[in-house]
Design a binder for this molecule. Sequence first.
Ligand code: HSE
Length: 332
Amino acid sequence: MKVAILGMGSVGKGLMQVISERDLGLVVTAVADSRSAIMDRDGISIDEVLEAKRLRGYCGDTSLSAMDVVTKGTYDVLVEVTPTNALTGEPGLSHILAALDRGRHVVTSNKGPIAREYERLRRCAAEKGVLLRYEATVGGAIPIIHTLEQGLAGNRVLAIFGVLNGTCNYILCRMAAEGLSYEQALLEAREMGYAEADPTYDVKGIDPAIKLVILANTFWKKPVQLEDVEVTGIDMLTNDALRLAEEQDCTIRLIAEAIPDRGILRVAPRLLPLSHPLVVDGTLNAITIETDMAGEITLIGKGAGSVETASAIIGDLLYIRDFHEGRHKKTP
Ligand code: HSE
């Protein structure tokens, strides 16, 4: 199966590394970064492209763009891993729409387009009979979308509660354990490279709200938007609040919750007992799904990282490969 990759940040590079190391039946026929692109219908040398990027700062021919790859490249699946723009979804949104319009499958880690235009993208994919997979947008390596769509198929999802932002979780852990100020803890989190380019997206709760919208759209019949989420971040939280929580054998976590029957879509700091399953350490993410048949299921794992995100993308690519080769009989 031929794959075109847009985006050579840590996710794109991590993915290319994994594809070159493992025999997954995937041939990379095009790659683009923000300044250039390279295409070869028979497959490009991933090692050479990674080396070119490392030495020159761009991957290919500067007269070619990501949109050239989308509209003229030879590929079965487009992997869209350009940076997220939560307000417009661009340029990822245009890339994804153009690929779907050409009748190509799409895999993305780009939260902006999926949160902003899920219904439109889903409809476009369905009309063209192709798949749109976005496991890597929520929870990093945690297979939450597969779990909701395949593992828990036939269940009614009653509620979802989650720690969906590693940066906030790290800050809260460091403030509680070491008595670090909010500013010091944020500085550490930024140095670890988990925070968004603009970390106010993390600490004001916008990033986990975007992920909640993606989850809600996946399991809730009603399409929802970022504006439907009631959001409170952790930027006003004090060390005193965490100390008071600890005196009651509790702590504070930024929890995203979706409860369809009560119309609740909310991100807010919550007081939780230290033994609660969602009280996870450091940059981990955790998601509890409450269902009618399976009861309660909690998934815990790494919510970000280059290879961890590549794991989610590869899972989607191999799902599509099976579909492409006719192993999934049902229509998308
Ligand atoms: N800034 C995000 C986080 C990265 O801290 O969870 C993963 O989406």
